[in-house]
Design a protein around this ligand. Sequence first.
Ligand SMILES: Cc1cc2nc3c(=O)[nH]c(=O)nc-3n(C[C@H](O)[C@H](O)[C@H](O)COP(=O)(O)OP(=O)(O)OC[C@H]3O[C@@H](n4cnc5c(N)ncnc54)[C@H](O)[C@@H]3O)c2cc1C
Length: 340
Amino acid sequence: MPRIQENISLKAYNTFGLDAKARWFMEITHPYQGQEFLMDNVYSGLSKFVLGGGSNVLLTGDVDGIVIKNNILGKEVVRESDEHIWLEAGGGENWHELVLFTLSQNWGGIENLSLIPGSVGAAPIQNIGAYGVEIKDVFDSLRALNLATGQEFIFTHSDCNFGYRDSVFKREAKGRYLITYVTLRLDKKHKLNTRYGAIEAELEAMKAEPSIHTISEAVIRIRQSKLPDPAKIGNAGSFFKNPVIRVEDFAPIKESYPEVPHYPGGEGMIKLPAAWLIQTCGWKGLDRGTYGVHDRQALVLVNRGGAKGADLFQLSEEIMDSVREKFGISLEREVNVIGK
Ligand SMILES: Cc1cc2nc3c(=O)[nH]c(=O)nc-3n(C[C@H](O)[C@H](O)[C@H](O)COP(=O)(O)OP(=O)(O)OC[C@H]3O[C@@H](n4cnc5c(N)ncnc54)[C@H](O)[C@@H]3O)c2cc1C
């Protein structure tokens, strides 16, 4: 059984850099350690919270229970055909390092998802996506331990019920599983996706022909120029999801704000950039001393140093209220709020 530590600061374990404490804390490097712990009746009454890279959580206070830090590593080809390979990776692997590994093997499919922070095990939870690709496009299956019983389950693609920044793990199965391994189906014959405008422009600037390698490099360059680095300023990337609204609800907004950017959001629906809504409500660059809103990215709330998670939560409420009042749109948080 791995060592269980008491009253551990989570500051180094979340990209907001919030100084909340875990009442109990444990790191696991192999599923059997998790299973042994979860099956032990002594701990059955403890509430359990799984942590990966901490890049998508807002800790609003101390965690009263046990934080299980997933450090399960490993990469293995579990199946192969003429066109595909099936790669199983440990949930504790770093996502971006996995992307770099697949590129080094010349396997395509996740190059557009380069430089997304966090762990492999968390990637299916919100169906990570960027630059026209989501993990659901390459996802095969995952293995997970039930946190209440320690029993192992396999989730297929359809079991995960993926949606935009959404899966069964944000709904019915929320907080109920520890994802130990994820299997991706990658392409030996590459299908490039440069649809997302900025990629083509960046490839042109790089004077590079599209390939999985140059697309990854372009995405890395774009992300580095646009997104604040959590190592420099605490943040969890996009704090809110982009809302998808009905065409008829969009019409009055378009009338009042003809310049409103918008994209098709599925049958009869329109997707709006949450960043534009927040910026139009005047929040961009907000500085409340220890915390605020990033000055170049209205979608990113920041810890400028010494912020409290509860303050950031309160700010997110204020932002949601103002967007609701001005546009009649209810924003949804993308970040997982822990402690509320
Ligand atoms: C600068 C920045 C840019 C970002 N850009 C993007 C982007 O382009 N696209 C995108 O989709 N996301 C983006 N994100 C969000 C984040 O990178 C992803 O959500 C990522 O998958 C989170 O991984 P994590 O390991 O850090 O998860 P954590 O923050 O540790 O956890 C997130 C949630 O998953 C649960 N969890 C974590 N690991 C496991 C596991 N093994 N089993 C069960 N539950 C688990 C946690 O309990 C929590 O509820 C960005 C974040 C930052 C800071």
